[in-house]
Each structure stands twice: as C-alpha cells, then as structure tokens.
Design a protein around this ligand. Structure first.
Ligand code: NAP
Length: 479
C-alpha cells in the first residue's frame, strides 16, 4: 500500500522548513518532508563556492520568529547560514519528519480519492496536501556555446563547485558576472595565475560595507531582542523605501544609486577603459543590483582580465572570442540557473491529467504565487510572481506559509482550489504592473520568459503581506 501523510512538503530550504514548523505549531503533525539530498539547507547546502554569502543583510535574513543575534558578519557567509538551517531543523524537531535521499519525480491528482500520489525514486507516496518548497533557482544552467564538450581541462558550475580542484597557479576562465560570480571572483583571483572573466552584460554593483559584528554588538542583540528587532526593521525599511523605488524607476533614487555605483567603481578602478566596459547601459534595477566590497578591487588586479568580446566557441584548449584565443586549465560556468519553466523537472498532473508543464507553457502564473487552478491542494512556496529584488525572500515566505495554512484549514481535510477567474485577473494584474517596472526594460534576465515576467512580484513586500493576510474565500472553491 502507498504510504500516506496528510501533508507532504518537497524540499528543506528556508521555505520547506518554515512550512513544516508553522504547520506543527498550528497543530498538524502528519507531515512528511521529502529531500533529495542527505542534509537540509536548499540553496545554502548546494552553493558552496568560495566567498558564498548572502546579499541581503544577515539581520534580515532569518525567520522573524527565530532570529540569530550572533551572526558573525553584517552579511552572513554561506557556512553560517547553512548551520542556521541545520540547527533550526534540529531545534524545532523537524528532522523526524524528513525523509532524506528521496528525489521527487512527479505527482498525480487522484480525483476519486482527492489525494496526490507522489512518484519518487524510492517508490510512491500519497498525501492530501502537497507543498512545493523547491524554490526558483534550483537547476544550474549550462550555456549553449559551440564546442563546450570539447574542452580538455577541468570544468564546473558555480553551483556545483569542485573543491578538489586546486586553482593555485592555474589559468582560469570564468563565464558570467552575476551575483554568484562577483562573490567568488575576488577569492579565486588570489589563487589563479591568470583569471580571465567573460562578461556579456555588466551589472550595477554597489559596495556592501561589510564588516564583522563586534562581541558587544552580538551581546546587545542577544540581551535586548527589541533593539535587534528595531535594527531588523531598519534594514527592511531601507529595502522597501530605498531600493524598491529604484525598481519602480523613481528618477532621483535611481540617479543616486548610479552615482553610488560610479563612486564605488572609481574608488577601485582607475583605468577609464575598464570603467567604461563595467558601466551598464540599461536602467539600474532592471537586473538584480549586486552588492560587493571586493569585486571591482579584484578586477583591478594585474592577473585579472575582463573580456567583453563575444564568445564564439570553446575548444580543447580554452575559449575563442571574436578576435582572440584564451588558453585555460579550467573553465568555471557562473551562468546562473534555469528559472523557467517553473518546476520543470517535476511531472505534475492535476485535474483531468492536465500537466503543469502544459498549463504553464506560456509562462508560469499562480494566484498570489501559491495556487493555480486545476491543481487542487497543491501549494507553492516562492512560486510564480513572488521573487523580489529589494528585500529578504524569507519575509515573504513567512507570509506564504501563513496563507497556505489558512487554506489548508479552510479545506477541512477536503479540497481547496483557486478559481480560474480570480487567478486570471491576478495574473493580468501582475503582468500589467510588471511591464511598467525596470525589469521590463531589458530583453533577457532570469526574471523573464519571453515578454512575460513570471518570477517577480511587482509590489512592495508590505503589499504582499497585506494581500496574503486573509484569503478571499470567494476566489476559492472548497469541497
Ligand atoms: P545570473 O545572475 O543569472 O548570472 C549569470 C551570468 O552568466 C550573467 O552574467 C550572464 O550574462 C552570464 N551568461 C549566461 N549565459 C551566458 C553565455 N552563453 N555567454 C556568456 N555569458 C553568459 O546567475 P547567478 O550569478 O548564479 O545569480 C542568479 C541569482 O541567484 C541572483 O540574481 C540571486 O537572486 C541569486 N543569488 C543570490 C545570492 C545571495 O547572495 N543571496 C548569491 C548568488 C546568487 P547576461 O547578464 O548577459 O545574461
């Protein structure tokens, strides 16, 4: 017989763990969490490249109900965030709910019994409510560059770092200059004999102003949680009222941010030619604004070269651009993730065996990011139109978790499903609003799928919180 749990959650990142804890707090205990790996942590388990750290200030990058007063740095490093999640799973008694080493392949809605059957590499399971906590940035993206397979040296992706490969004294090529690359480039620049960075599009980069927290600061945060909360509120406020207006295109805020970028760049880089190729020609905020104290400094090193000529091919010895050949011992792909199609690795079949892949063939959408019509009792954490460019995603995950629990309660162990009209109206609203923001001003980014922006939320995080406070039951059907 298929093993049954009332609620199955896929993934043990920030979303899945928060969901499980809050469900337990709400009185649910028949919860199973499926995790393909052998430890919790999601993105913070997977991304271990040198220099991996958060680009949201640490004080804001934790659950509101489990704040960590002892972050070592203003911007937490990957090992400490990973530890935070491992400790959370242990301290909140979540481990007994987790089945490690189980990879979910698909799920099918069983109309006759109103359950989901989950297909995994370890056999079938079933549940009444299914919650995806797999996130948006899960599958490393390898670029389609001719000859990629012919390279004879070592090759790896930033999200699958080969820690056994010693970069010391090597000729290293890095493709990509996004959020991941700018964190590891300063680290590996110190080891490589020659580091060649291939930049297709420059990014707007601003100094982080990182530093370790002093013992006294940690003591204050621990001893006076109200002060720590106030500090956290200040960080949230900055994102909401300083960075979000940039994405909305507020001219003064955008001009100030560009000036800040120029001043930070000029501090580290004196070569006018290098400054020019590092300066984006698209509106600030159209891609994620990057934060680093070390990136520009690394680019000014003698052993580092920034190449902007388009890559033509990869061959046995290295990379060929329009006019040059570069020999490498290793090529590191910092080329991001497949963010669309959403949940592309999962074969999910809803009512009448309709697949999620077909349902979302023109770009993913979901009512408030958490439910889509035709797929009863299926919920998404960090789903379509919930990503943000200005604040901590954990803030929003907590709102989603609270909302999903209300929907599960409303279903009274039957079913809950969003109505197609409400979902359609919501999706139209999203795309109309998104089309006016900075994200729409460039042709391509991981936020976009063709002309649509299926990943991002157009509003403030405060608006998100308000809209997810109470379900509008007219928008749902329960049985
Ligand atoms: P990304 O931002 O998508 O950057 C990918 C880079 O690879 C871009 O520079 C892109 O150039 C380049 N690229 C892709 N295909 C290429 C090709 N065929 N030829 C040349 N260049 C190519 O990926 P990411 O840096 O991994 O970051 C993804 C997201 O992960 C971030 O936006 C952020 O949300 C998250 N992240 C967060 C943190 C954190 O601190 N919390 C850290 C790392 C990542 P184009 O720009 O021209 O496409």
């Amino acid at each position: 017989m298929t093993a049954f749990a009332q609620i199955i959650i896929i993934g043990t990142g920030f979303g899945g763990l928060c969901m499980a804890h809050k469900l337990k707090e709400a009185g649910y205990d028949d919860i199973l969490i499926l995790e393909k790996a052998h430890e919790v942590g999601g993105t913070w388990r997977e991304n271990t490249y040198p220099g991996a750290e958060c680009d949201i200030p640490s004080a804001l990058y934790s659950y509101s109900f489990a704040q960590n007063p002892t972050w070592d740095y203003k911007w937490a490093k990957q090992p400490q965030i990973f530890k935070y999640l491992k400790d959370f799973a242990t301290d909140y008694d979540l481990r007994r709910h987790i089945r490690f080493g189980v990879s979910v392949q698909g799920a099918t809605w069983m109309e006759n019994i109103s359950n989901w059957t989950i297909q995994t590499d370890q056999g079938e399971l079933s549940c009444r409510f299914l919650i995806s906590g797999v996130g948006q940035l899960h599958h490393p993206k390898w670029p389609n560059i001719p000859g990629r397979e012919s390279f004879k040296g070592d090759t790896f992706h930033s999200a699958q770092w080969d820690h056994d490969f010693d970069l010391t004294g090597k000729r290293v090529g890095v493709i990509g200059v996004g959020a991941s690359a700018i964190q590891f480039i300063p680290e590996i620049a110190q080891q490589a004999k020659k580091l060649t960075i291939y930049q297709r599009t420059p990014n707007w980069v601003i100094d982080k102003g990182d530093r370790p927290y002093s013992r006294i600061e940690k003591w204050i945060a621990k001893r006076f949680p109200a002060l720590a909360n106030l500090y956290r509120f200040g960080l949230w406020f900055q994102g909401e009222f300083i960075i979000y207006p940039i994405i909305k295109g507020a001219p003064l805020r955008a001009a100030l941010a560009r000036a800040r970028n120029r001043s930070d760049m000029n501090k580290h880089i004196s070569d006018p030619k290098l400054r020019k190729i590092l300066t984006p020609d698209y509106p600030i905020g159209a891609k994620r604004i990057l934060f680093s104290d070390k990136y520009y400094e690394a680019l000014a090193r003698d052993n580092v070269e920034l190449v902007t000529e388009p890559i033509k091919e990869i061959n046995a010895t290295g990379i060929k651009t329009t006019n040059n050949n570069f020999a490498h011992d290793v090529i590191i792909y910092a080329t991001g993730f497949y963010s669309n199609p959403f949940l592309k690795e999962l074969d999910i079949q809803g009512r009448n065996k309709a697949t999620l892949v077909d349902h979302w063939q023109n770009g993913a959408f979901a009512y408030l990011g958490v439910m889509t019509a035709g797929f009863p009792n299926l919920f998404f954490l960090y789903g379509p139109n919930t990503n943000t460019g200005h604040t901590s995603i954990i803030f929003k995950l907590e709102q989603e978790v609270g909302y999903i629990i209300k929907l599960i309660r409303g279903a009274e162990n039957g079913t809950v499903e969003v109505g197609p009209e409400a979902e359609h109206a919501f999706s139209e609203e999203m795309q109309t609003r998104l089309s006016k923001l900075a994200w729409a001003k460039i042709d391509e980014s991981w936020y976009k799928d063709g002309d649509k922006i299926p990943n991002n939320w157009p509003g403030s995080s405060l608006e998100f919180k308000k809209r997810l406070k109470t379900p509008i039951w007219d928008h749902f059907e329960t049985t």
